[in-house]
Design a protein around this ligand. Structure first.
Ligand code: DAH
Length: 347
């Protein structure tokens, strides 16, 4: 018993010198104590064994308390109100780097600003919508083949018509709501003029030009006597402001269910201005097909209670990621949402 007490004192002292206090539980002295068991009188063995167990228990408690102490010492409390680099004690990343605004967020703010100066209010889209807004009010009746062009993510939840809710595949999903919300403008002799720069989702095969999550800006303008010349001039002005230079634009006929006539709108390459046959942005074509647009279909106006005999309007939908990629010569759209700091630090 004396030997056990001696070992206990010795081991308790030794713990403090160990890098790994837990190693004390494997100390050879404990094994030596056990080794003496067979040589003891059988009547003494029970008490002897119990005393060794007590010793181990004492050591375990000592180890646990040292470990807790070490943990506490390792976690330096952070004073969130302190200025940068207090005593150099913050990790260097925190101490020396400030975050920056994500390039897409900054470009969206920029284009909102341009449209605001042109008289357009800015609205938000949503991340879940119903097919009534995404298709029906836009003159795609149920079963319309153009619904398939939108590679739409469906959810398992169904709306009151029994249709799955969707992750909207275009910002046009907000058109009907905008026409309703600003309806009173028309009676007051004011136009409806709104843009919706926001996120959209498509079940795409991903590559350098396609992401499942990307951004569009929708534009809607309705008043008396609106014509296609106003649409083209508005878009040209917006793009020239955004790129800070004069640009040529080209308009070709196209098809969307919600506009008639519909156009595909191209602009002269803002990166090489049509001068570089090896340009990585326009592949030397000099032109970029950038967006869809057209005169709002009478059925879309009617669905929102607007008389198409009295009012006409234009709408457009433009991919924001592509605008930004062309501005900075970014070759892969996936960089934008990658969270890669090396990429983001360039902006
Ligand atoms: N929503 C269309 C798309 O994502 C783009 C578009 C085309 C929007 C014409 C419009 C428009 O408002 O008038 O492919």
């Amino acid at each position: 018993m004396e030997k056990i007490a001696e070992t206990e004192a010795l081991l308790l002292e030794r713990i403090a010198q160990l890098d790994q206090p837990r190693d004390i539980l494997k100390a050879v002295e404990i094994k030596q104590l056990y080794a003496r068991l067979p040589s003891l009188d059988p009547s003494e063995r029970g008490a002897y064994g119990k005393r060794i167990n007590d010793l181990k228990h004492t050591l375990e408690q000592a180890v646990a308390s040292i470990e807790t102490e070490k943990d506490q010492a390792a976690s330096v409390p952070i004073d969130v109100t302190a200025p940068f680099d207090v005593n150099g004690s913050l990790p260097s990343l925190l101490a020396t780097e400030r975050g920056t605004i994500h390039p897409l967020t900054r470009e969206i703010a920029r284009l909102r600003g341009i449209f605001a100066r042109m008289g357009f209010v800015s609205e938000e889209s949503r991340e879940i919508d119903d097919q009534f807004h995404m298709f029906e009010t836009l003159n795609f009746p149920a079963g319309h083949p153009a619904r398939d062009d939108y590679d739409t993510f469906m959810t398992l939840q169904r709306d009151k018509d029994g249709e799955p809710f969707v992750a909207p595949a275009h910002t046009s999903t907000m058109q009907h709501r905008i026409l309703l919300k600003y309806h009173a403008n028309l009676e007051a002799g004011e136009p409806i003029a709104a843009v919706v720069p926001d996120r959209v989702f498509r079940n795409e095969d991903l590559d350098a030009r396609h992401e499942h999550t990307f951004y569009q800006v929708e534009g809607v303008y309705v008043a008396r006597d609106v014509h296609a010349g106003m649409l083209i001039a508005t878009l040209q002005k917006f793009l020239e402001e955004y790129y800070g230079k004069s640009l040529n634009v080209r308009v070709n006929p196209f098809y969307f269910p919600f506009t008639e006539p519909s156009f595909e709108f191209a602009l002269s390459c803002p990166f090489c201005e049509g001068k570089n046959p090896d340009c990585k942005v326009c592949s030397g074509e000099g032109w970029i097909e950038l967006l869809g647009c057209g005169m709002i279909h009478p059925n879309v106006l009617r669905a929102a209670g607007i008389d198409p005999e009295v009012y006409t309007g234009f709408a457009f939908g433009c991919g924001i990621d592509r605008l930004v990629m062309m501005k900075y010569g970014i070759e892969d759209v996936r960089h934008l949402e990658s969270g890669k700091l090396d990429f983001l630090r360039q902006f």
